[in-house]
Design a protein around this ligand. Structure first.
Ligand code: BGC
Length: 405
């Protein structure tokens, strides 16, 4: 980059008034004791390759008040969390009022602090009663999901701030039926992978209808995992195919949704033989991903162009043990997001993944994505410097000159 534009890039930037600042979590990654879903079974299957079980996680099922308080202390406007379907519907057709009441109290506490509760209805975990009869491959899985959404919305709808139907359906299908690292651990089965993609898209459309016809009046959208997908020499056709299967089919299915959630972490390369190695000159995160904060602008632009919907960055962050690196990453990511705003893209908000260090699925507790550390054993929450830094950015609605560097 030319020195002149670098200087310009590092100036103070101001976000539009009303821009939403938030943090995100997911039930299974923080609640603990979610014994009744497919992930719990998977974590305890010695053949799954999952490094450790979720166990008590951050004990957020009990400590959620502290978590909402952390969000309030940072001065953020929104908290994105998910409902655990297997707690709300522990057996098919049997709904727990106590579990619904739990999430109702969480939503109410958010409102009490002036925080918008952004509720995700499915974040990777599925009740065991459904996976026992095929999970997302069961012919009526989308209807089962819609029935759960209807019951949950009837109970919570008046308090929901925004709704995300399904978190990253594109990851559920690819990791569960292609890579085999998420349940049900199927590898390279293109037919089953494509069928699950379709089932989840049908579930999304049914959920949107259900949410719009229930109590409350809130924006509804889908959240997608997106990457800056690039082509090395000769990799153009595969890059285009990957974009189509991994992202475009979902982006085009957003219909008249109120927003599309972009969740972006890194860049990927495709060569003539498929997925190619990282650029050796780019450092990697604890996930082994390229440290590539500017993926934000690429993915937001693509999401807006292909879907035609307003965009919210519903997850962005870095797995690192070095909090200074986190601040630098977030600072660069926000500059990247701001370039989209400057181009006139309708970008409505930005959520850091994650509020706190948590259970990173098959990788266990190693990767540290949190703005807040959680002490093992005591569950004590300890905000890191990045929590204070991000709170200041959110409260002032601006990123100071020079960012974090
Ligand atoms: C998921 C989160 C996950 C994060 C970091 C997203 O794909 O929604 O559950 O922890 O990425 O890997």
């Amino acid at each position: 980059m030319a020195p002149e534009s670098q200087a310009r890039e590092q100036g103070e930037i101001v976000f539009p008034s009303g821009f939403t600042w938030g943090v995100a979590t997911a039930a299974h990654q923080i609640e603990g004791g979610n014994v009744n879903n497919d992930w719990w079974a998977w974590e305890h299957d010695p053949t799954s390759g999952t490094l450790e079980p979720s166990g008590d996680a951050c004990d957020s099922f009990h400590r959620w008040r502290e978590d909402v308080q952390l969000v309030a202390d940072m001065g953020l406007g929104a908290y994105r969390f998910s409902l655990e379907w297997s707690r709300i519907e522990p057996a098919e057709g049997e709904f727990s009022t106590a579990a619904l009441e739990h999430y109702r109290r969480m939503c109410a506490a958010c409102h009490g602090h002036g925080i918008v509760p952004v509720v995700t209805f499915h974040h990777f975990t599925t009740p065991r009663w459904l996976t026992d009869r095929g999970g997302w491959e069961a012919p009526d899985a989308p209807e089962c999901f819609a029935r759960f959404v209807a019951r949950a919305t009837a109970y919570l709808g008046d308090l929901i701030g925004w709704a995300c139907t399904i978190n990253e359906p594109n990851v559920v299908a690819v990791m569960g039926y292609f890579q085999g690292e998420y349940p049900p651990g199927v590898k390279d089965d293109f037919g089953r992978y494509a069928a699950v993609n379709e089932a989840m898209l049908r579930a999304h459309r049914l959920a949107v209808e259900t949410l719009r016809s229930g109590p409350g009046d809130f924006p509804v959208g889908l959240t997608l995992s997106m990457a800056e997908i690039t082509a090395d020499d000769g990799g153009e056709a595969l890059r285009d195919a990957a974009e189509e299967m991994l992202e475009n089919i979902f982006l085009r299915a957003t219909g008249d949704d109120d927003f599309v959630g972009v969740q972006c972490y890194t860049r990927m390369h495709f060569g003539p033989d498929g997925l190619a190695p990282n650029d050796p000159d780019v450092p990697v995160t604890q996930m082994g991903d390229e440290l590539w904060p500017q993926a934000v602008e690429h993915t937001v632009r693509r999401a807006a162009a292909v879907s035609g919907r307003p965009v919210v960055v519903t997850e962005n962050g870095i797995a690192t043990a070095d909090d200074t690196e986190r601040i630098a990453f977030l600072s660069d990511a926000l500059r990247s997001a701001h370039r989209c705003l400057a181009e006139g893209i309708d970008l409505r908000g930005y959520f850091v993944w994650s509020l706190m260090d948590n259970f990173e699925w098959h990788l266990g507790y190693g990767p540290k994505f949190g703005l807040v550390a959680v002490a093992p054993g005591t569950f004590e929450r300890r905000p890191k410097p990045s929590a204070h830094w991000f709170g200041e950015v959110a409260r002032s609605n601006r990123l100071p000159a020079g960012g974090a560097r």
